[in-house]
Structures are given as structure tokens and as C-alpha cells.
Design a binder for this molecule. Structure first.
Ligand SMILES: CC(C)(COP(=O)(O)OP(=O)(O)OC[C@H]1O[C@@H](n2cnc3c(N)ncnc32)[C@H](O)[C@@H]1OP(=O)(O)O)[C@@H](O)C(=O)NCCC(=O)NCCS
Length: 378
């Protein structure tokens, strides 16, 4: 049977309206992304990730008093219960850190003092704790899986600075912190992407917000979604040099390979986040005296645009920007989690506040009227 027989069926739900939202908006034609009406470039350039997280969860930009209070609550909530750290010691070192994060957030639900709470205020408090702990979960899990003890969070610094501090065990320079902070803002939210939608589906059954976050992490892990940033870096490493980029790409396209970090369901032109991070990635390359990855990127981008009309998405420049900052590749998707907990939490709250079960229909294509055959006769 062909899908054209079903005019109401859209494979991959492309173009299907999955719900109403006030959280963020993509305009494909102008490559624009806004969070609650504010251009994401403005937020990345002038604001902090914490301001963005507050904006997404609470619906407006914080004034100074609100921001101070939010930062204080994040600082108070960043540390993990010792039991969760001990549980993370059990995670096999060959697992991907994304799987450790699902495990950690499942457990953290039970340590949240609002565990039973399902009302709006309880969900907002849980959302703040989920965001606060994300950076600690990622770095503690990664260090333990690599035979190192976790580093306790520093309450005097923010999310981006704490990520670098708890990862390396020492504070990073201002430029690195700023790049990390801007990338968290850019990764924080993106309308009805697969993981946000999956999160909404979960909480729409009136399951709890932590379950929604665990669903989000599992959905983000795949290389067609958040996992693309790691795959993009492995691809750049395989290509190796700018000279090898064109033959490598032509061979990959001839073999119908998907080029990781390129293409997007919603942006048919450029991904606004990629435009911002490409500039930053190139700047880091210049500063570090290593333009290799940016030069390979130029070749790939040029051919993909002219031959396929496909542009890089946020995961492509993020990959080589993070690499140049010395961040282990298997943490690129977990960094996405640190940021996206704020978007998922906002979606979960919005869904629960105006809920209806999400349950699409389907077209049955299987056999009909099949007779029962006893096991002895099969
Ligand atoms: C993001 C993505 C899943 C969107 O998928 P989609 O909207 O379902 O689009 P499709 O996969 O159906 O692609 C449409 C066409 O563009 C091509 N295409 C899309 N992305 C491509 C890519 N990265 N490399 C090569 N071709 C690509 C497809 O092969 C297809 O061509 P065809 O019609 O000739 O078969 C897809 O672009 C992709 O797989 N990208 C790589 C993974 C990635 O970077 N994901 C992160 C997204 S933020």
C-alpha cells in the first residue's frame, strides 16, 4: 500500500500540528527562532543561560531580584544526594553517558521533596531542581564512568562555569565560559522537536515531570536528534583534512549516507542557531590556531548547499566548537541535556496546565481474519 492512498497520513508527522504553545517559535523562511517572543541571538549574545531557563520555565525574563533568587535556588539545588552519586558508581563504563542520565533522573525523582506533588507550583519547583542538577549529573556521571571522583559544584558560579569546573576540576577562562553559556542558551528549546514532543506525550498521561525528562533524554540520544553533534565530530575526524573533504562527501552522497549535522525538518533554509555557532566556532579556531575543522566545514557546507540545498544545523558547528574547547566528544549530547532540561520542563508544565491525552490514530496494514492455529499445528 502506498501512503498516497491516505491523504490524512503524513509520515513522520511532517507538517502535522501537534499542539499549541507559547514557549518558542521557528520561522523557517527567515531562519528565526524566538523563546517567548525574544530572538535567541539576543539571549545568547546579551543574556545568560540562567535568564533563558527562567524565561522558559516562568514565562518572562527575570528582573534582578527574580534572577538573584533563581540563581540562589539553582546554587542550593545543584548538589546530588550521596545515594545518587553512589548509584552512578554502578553504571558500566562502556555505557553512553546519556544512559547514565536516564538512570540518574529516574532516581532523582524519588529524592525530590515534591515527589507526590502534581500541581503547577510543585511542577515549577521540580523544574528548577531538574535544571539545577543537570550539570552536576552530567559531570558526575562522566567522571565516575572514567574512574574519577565527582567534583562538588561551586555555588559562586553559574551553570556553564560549573560544567567546565566540575568536568576538569579547575575553573575555565571567561571566553570558554561565555561560549559554553551561549551554546546552552541556543540548545535550550526548539518548539515541538522529537524529545519535547515525547516529553509532552509522557506527561499528558498525567505521569510526572521527571518521567517526562527521562523520556526526553532517551529521545534526544538518537543521532537524528541530539546525538547528531557527537556523530558530526566523529565524521569530521574521519574526514581529517580539508583536502579530503570533497572526495569524502561526494562518496558519502553517492552511497546515500546521511551527513551528520546537516538538514532539519523545520528549517528549509538556514538554522539560525547554526549561523551563530558557526561564527563562534570559527573564532575559537582562529584563537586556538587550528582552522582545520572550520576549513573542512566550509567545504562540506559549500557542496551540501549547491548540490543538495541542505544547510548545517546547530549540531554541526557545536561539534567542532566543543572539540576546540577540549570537551570529550561523548559529552556533546549530554551538554544538550543540560540546556534542554529547561525547555522540556517548560513543555511539561505547559502540557499539564492545559492537558489532553495525546493519542494519535494509525492505519492498520496487517492481515485480517487470520484463523487461530493451535501451537502444535504451527
Ligand atoms: C534532521 C533530519 C532527520 C530531518 O529529516 P526529515 O525532515 O525527515 O528529512 P528526510 O530525512 O526525509 O530528508 C529529505 C531529503 O533530504 C535528504 N537529506 C536530509 N538530510 C540529509 C543529510 N543530513 N544528509 C544527506 N541527505 C539529507 C534526504 O536524503 C532526503 O532526500 P530524498 O528525498 O532524495 O530521499 C535529517 O535532515 C537528518 O537525518 N539529518 C542528519 C542528522 C542530524 O543532523 N540531526 C540533527 C537535527 S537538528
Amino acid at each position: 500500500m502506498s501512503v498516497t492512498e491516505y491523504p490524512n497520513y503524513s509520515p513522520g508527522l511532517q507538517g502535522v500540528i501537534g499542539g499549541l504553545t507559547k514557549i518558542s517559535k521557528i520561522v523557517s523562511d527567515t531562519s528565526s527562532l524566538t523563546y517567548r517572543g525574544i530572538n535567541v541571538h539576543e539571549l545568547a549574545e546579551h543574556g545568560s543561560f540562567e535568564e533563558t531557563a527562567f524565561l522558559l520555565i516562568h514565562g518572562h525574563l527575570p528582573n534582578q531580584t527574580e534572577l538573584d533568587g533563581f540563581n540562589q535556588r539553582l546554587a542550593n539545588e545543584r548538589a546530588l544526594p550521596t545515594e545518587v552519586i553512589d548509584a552512578l558508581r554502578l553504571v558500566p563504563s562502556h555505557m553512553h553517558p546519556m544512559d547514565a542520565l536516564k538512570y540518574a533522573y529516574s532516581l532523582l525523582a524519588g529524592y525530590d521533596e515534591d515527589y507526590e506533588g502534581m500541581d503547577h507550583d510543585a511542577n515549577v519547583r521540580k523544574a528548577e531542581r531538574i535544571v539545577a542538577k543537570s550539570v552536576t549529573v552530567v559531570t558526575a556521571a562522566y567522571r565516575l564512568m572514567n574512574g574519577q571522583e565527582p567534583v562538588a559544584p561551586d555555588p559562586s558560579i553559574g551553570t556553564a562555569a560549573n560544567f567546565l569546573y566540575m568536568l576538569h576540576g579547575e575553573k575555565s577562562d571567561e571566553f570558554t565560559v561565555k561560549v559554553m553559556d551561549a551554546s546552552l542558551t541556543l540548545y535550550a528549546e526548539h518548539t515541538f522537536n522529537a524529545s519535547a514532543f515525547a516529553c509532552r506525550v509522557t506527561v499528558a498521561t498525567l505521569s510526572d515531570i521527571y518521567s517526562g525528562i527521562v523520556t526526553g533524554i532517551g529521545t534526544l540520544k538518537g543521532p537524528l536528534h541530539g546525538g547528531a553533534n557527537e556523530k558530526a565530530m566523529y565524521m569530521l575526524q574521519e574526514i581529517g583534512t580539508p583536502e579530503n573533504a570533497e572526495p569524502w562527501l561526494r562518496d558519502a552522497l553517492a552511497n546515500k549516507k546521511k551527513i551528520m549535522g546537516f538538514g532539519h525538518r523545520e528549517y528549509k533554509k538556514r538554522d539560525s542557531r547554526a549561523m551563530y555557532l558557526t561564527k563562534v566556532g570559527k573564532e575559537i579556531g582562529q584563537m586556538k590556531g587550528n582552522t582545520n575543522w572550520g576549513d573542512i566545514a566550509d567545504v562540506l557546507e559549500g557542496i551540501m548547499e549547491s548540490e543538495k540545498g541542505i544547510y548545517p544545523n546547530v549540531d554541526f558547528p557545536a561539534a567542532y566548537a566543543y572539540y576546540l574547547l577540549g570537551i570529550p566528544i561523548e559529552l556533546y549530547t549530554p551538554i544538550f541535556v543540560i540546556a534542554r532540561t529547561s525547555g522540556w520542563a517548560a513543555h511539561a508544565i505547559e502540557q499539564i496546565d492545559n492537558n489532553r491525552l495525546i493519542r494519535p490514530t494509525c492505519i492498520y496494514e496487517g492481515d485480517e481474519n487470520v484463523p487461530w492455529v493451535p501451537v502444535s499445528e504451527r
